[in-house]
Design a protein around this ligand. Sequence first.
Ligand code: NI
Length: 171
Amino acid sequence: MALLTVLCYPDPRLHKVAKPVAQVDARIKKIVADMAETMYEAPGVGLAATQVDIHERIVVIDVSENQNALQVFINPELVWVSPEKKSWREGCLSVPEYYDEVDRPAVVRVKALDIHGKEFEVEADGLLSVCLQHEMDHLQGKVFVEYLSMLKRTRISLKMKKRAKELVGQR
Ligand code: NI
């Protein structure tokens, strides 16, 4: 396994649209293992392939308290969203140290392939629902800050660019 580099907003590669996975083979399993390792190391509760500059529809999530229940979603598709919405304070490994409220459907049903290439469906609420929607947005090239006002996004971009420069300066 290997740790992957997570792209930081406003990197334009975060806006690429991911392609469906044609076959869940050894190459995809290796990507999933590396993504899981990268997510746990961060630590984070979810990671989309887009964030590690791999533009295929792959998401890893672990919303368990002990970070020991990995969930893999290959080619995830929303099949149903609840009309009720819920607001959560979201964060993202690609937007370090920034959190803000986003309104999303409270409950979603998602269809995907598991690590063995087998189709399954889940109905999710709470953190898993938020996480699935957030990660699936990444696969469409959308970062959660795009739900916020232009003013906030401009501020976040400046903050992230400043942060990146400081990190380079530390090396
Ligand atoms: Ni994210």
